[in-house]
Design a protein around this ligand. Structure first.
Ligand SMILES: Cc1ncc(COP(=O)(O)O)c(C=O)c1O
Length: 378
């Protein structure tokens, strides 16, 4: 029997948003987790130059692998050898490589609910069994060591994300250390999705490698580096899994695009431009945290990182897809329904992505104030 994989409902919202925009309406795209800015200027300039000079064959940019290894030393104080890194077409295939290198079909892998929709669906597509951990507001929607320890029998694996999608919350360093201790004691293998690292407003996003050197870490150029469509990411593996993972990479995906690998190396050091985006997100976050309670959305966990706010709309609806569709039709503000991230409680949550311009956030707030006033009165 073929594994069943659910669709991503935000795609339906996005399709409607694009139809509305095509008919001349001013739509604000807060439905997807992608920066509205492009790749850093010097990376684009390098890509233009390289297009004329490079035949663009299959290629592995060892300089980029070295640069990434240096990032782990400089930013996280951990030693990663260049050859422990495999460049991938984004975090999505990195996740497939990590999961297929670690687990046989039927393995049980724990993950937070709410969580990134593709974790559950990728696990299912690979015939792995998701073990969803219900993470409520009281634990800021994040996995705790105690909750992991309580799973009986213990899972074979764990997917972590900190900062997380859809909430932006971070697992505090001492809790991360405690989670690592449980995993070490029980032999639980960890895949740590660190795609939102370098997008932090509050607290510290530590790499799981600091606590668990044999963790597998996935990361990407799609978020901080503002290069989602370039399709470039990486996975860090412990030495004993490199041959296994490389064999999978070669057969399943070959290499990421050469052009993206050239541009990614330049983008890695475009810190000023990229931190400019981060400052924009920080302003957007502050505006929304101030405005949402005025819309009646008071039950939110302020995001420590990423560019999302996960809001409880249970007092207004029991159908988040219908709610987000109506919000879009009436105001032109596109958001993501909670059911994508939490099939159990997500019908009463929605996610705002604030990786847009500050002017767009201001306009979205202006449009939403009267609309939510109407909903609160209904
Ligand atoms: C938590 C998380 N992991 C992975 C991905 C996939 O990213 P990529 O574009 O690198 O495949 C996303 C995309 O939104 C995400 O939110």
């Amino acid at each position: 029997m073929v594994a069943s994989v659910e669709p991503f409902h935000a795609i339906a919202i996005s399709r409607l948003a694009h139809e509305m925009a095509a008919s001349g309406l001013a739509v604000i795209h807060m439905e997807f987790g992608q920066p509205s800015t492009g790749a850093p200027g010097p990376a684009i300039a390098a890509a233009h130059r390289i297009l004329d000079a490079d035949p663009m064959g299959y290629w592995e940019n060892t300089a980029l692998m070295e640069r990434i290894a240096r990032y782990y030393r400089d930013a996280h104080g951990v030693t990663v050898a260049r050859d422990q890194i495999i460049l991938t077409c984004g975090a999505s295939p990195a996740l497939v490589l990590a999961l297929t290198s670690l687990f046989a079909p039927g393995a049980r892998v724990a993950l937070a609910r709410p969580g990134y929709v593709a974790y559950r669906n990728t696990l299912r597509a690979l015939y792995l069994e998701p073990v969803e951990m219900d993470c409520g507001a009281e634990q800021r929607f994040q996995i705790t060591a105690a909750a992991l320890d309580a799973i009986d029998p213990p899972p074979d694996g764990l997917i972590l994300a900190s900062p997380a999608n859809p909430t932006g919350t971070i697992i505090a360093p001492e809790e991360l250390a405690a989670i690592a201790a449980v995993c070490r004691r029980k032999g639980i293998r960890v895949v740590s999705d660190e795609i939102y690292h370098r997008l932090v407003y509050d607290g510290e996003a530590q790499s799981m490698l600091r606590h668990l050197p044999d963790a597998l870490v996935v990361n990407s150029f799609s978020k901080f580096y503002s290069m989602a469509g370039w399709r470039l990411g990486w996975v860090v593996l412990p030495p004993e899994l490199i041959a296994t993972a490389r064999a999978r990479m070669g057969n399943l995906f070959l290499t990421p695009p050469s052009l993206a690998q050239h541009a990614g190396l330049v983008a890695f050091d475009c810190v000023e431009e990229l931190e400019g985006h981060l400052r924009t997100y920080a302003r957007n976050r502050a505006l929304l945290l101030d405005a949402l309670p005025r819309l009646g959305l008071a039950r939110i966990a302020p995001p420590d990182g990423a560019f999302y706010i996960w809001a409880d709309i249970g007092h207004l609806t029991n159908d988040s897809l219908d709610f987000c569709t109506r919000l879009l039709r009436d105001t032109g503000v596109a958001t993501a329904p909670g059911i994508d991230f939490d099939p159990v409680n997500g019908h009463r949550f929605m996610r705002f992505s604030f990786a847009v311009s500050t002017a767009e956030v201001e306009t979205a707030i202006e449009r939403m104030i009267p609309w939510f006033a109407g909903q609160n009165q209904a």
